[in-house]
Ligand binder design. Structure first.
Ligand code: SF4
Length: 367
């Protein structure tokens, strides 16, 4: 059995200085007042950052130059610098590798579809969950990202869409917390980031809560806590297999919270939020793709979640040099057919970005 290198509370070391996007509306006013400025300057700053999507003090001409410098120095420290962008799918997918103030590398992926544009954000640098098939999991956890480091990934993507960096100008509509890291292991900052992302401008970025998905490998108590936040975000549980024996090795945190415990917590989330839970299932050749596992998956999901669930099968994006591979298409089709036949809605997730190493952690791992 895999040892559990689980780190739920990463050291605060390396977190960037305080930023406007770390703060609630009231905290922003207090911070501005502490600097000897009028409280309404907090609204002006927020308007620029969340409303106009700029962090450049030179663009904030409604604020006197002296105040601008002081406010920007104190509340808009540079957070993430682009190391490089890599595009594919005819430029409809763009992955960005960022460098944080302490040299930490993180990544986000912007995906443009005909009816929506989705950003996949990272919530931690690295990950402590040690899933053996995942590039990020191999490097361990470097540190949590701050709330503002998460929000800033979204702000820059929203600006890129507005400015037509991925074709025709458009709007960033959906956010998925499926990049590097286990979002619920950085709970407080992730929840604050969701609030910033979804509060209407100028308090936040004005994206609908219903268009935000928070994924987890199954930290059951944190799932229940998230339900009690009474937000409308979608929950996605990375289950990857319905049986504890295999899940103990595929998702080592399973030795702490079993499949039953995770699915009961997911049920609580579905009941509290009124939203269907997504079950993520990375289909891995000869590992978790057997017909009997499809049947067992449908059975267990029906028992715990009834109709309040949808399964996304994800063809595994193999990491270079890894023994893990995607299942052949006929095996995948049969798996999906059986889950549907078992009374649970199941589809194959469109996989974007294969040729640019867009599985979580691959770009950062390449450096
Ligand atoms: S699959 Fe997700 S939870 Fe598991 S190690 Fe990778 S990033 Fe972490």
């Amino acid at each position: 059995m895999t040892a559990l290198p689980l780190v739920f509370d990463a050291p605060k070391r390396g977190l960037p200085p305080r930023h406007l996007a770390d703060l609630s509306t009231e905290e922003r006013r207090a911070a501005v007042t502490e600097l000897g400025e009028k409280p309404f300057r907090a609204n002006q700053l927020s308007n620029h950052y969340f409303g106009r999507l700029t962090a450049d003090p030179a663009a904030m001409t409604d604020i006197p130059a002296a105040s601008r410098t002081q406010l920007a120095d104190a509340l808009l420290p540079p957070l993430l610098t682009v190391v490089r962008h890599v595009s594919c799918d005819d430029d409809a997918t763009r992955k960005t590798l960022w460098r944080a103030h302490d040299g930490t590398l993180v990544e986000s992926v912007l995906m443009r579809y005909p009816d929506r544009t989705t950003l996949c954000v990272s919530s931690q640098a690295g990950c402590g969950m040690a899933c053996p098939f995942c590039a990020t999991g191999q490097g361990g956890l470097m540190r949590n990202l701050s709330t503002a480091e998460i929000v800033d990934q979204v702000r820059t993507a929203a600006a890129a869409m507005r400015d037509g960096e991925l074709g025709e100008p458009g709007r960033l509509s959906n956010i998925v917390f499926m990049g590097m890291g286990e979002p619920l292991a950085n709970y407080k900052r992730v929840v604050a980031a969701v609030r910033r992302i979804t509060e209407p401008a100028p308090s936040g970025l004005g994206i609908s809560q219903r268009s935000v998905t928070v994924s987890t490998v199954g930290l059951a108590p944190a799932i229940r806590k998230l339900a009690d936040e009474k937000m409308q975000v979608r929950l996605a549980v990375s289950l990857h297999t319905p049986d504890d024996e295999l899940r103990d090795t595929l998702v080592p945190v399973n030795t702490r919270w079993s499949v039953d415990e995770v699915l009961e917590a997911a049920r609580y989330y579905a009941d509290t939020s009124g939203r269907r839970v997504s079950i993520e299932y990375a289909l891995i050749r000869d590992v978790n793709d057997q017909p009997w596992r499809a049947d067992l998956l449908a059975k267990r999901l029906r028992k715990h979640l009834s109709q309040l669930v949808h399964v996304n099968v994800i063809p595994l994006n193999p990491t270079p040099g890894s023994k893990w591979d995607a299942s052949p298409k006929p095996v995948e089709r049969e798996f999906v057919r059986r889950v549907n036949e078992g009374g649970v809605a199941c589809t194959v997730r469109d996989t974007r970005g294969q040729e640019i190493a867009a599985a979580c952690g691959q770009l950062a791992a390449e450096g």
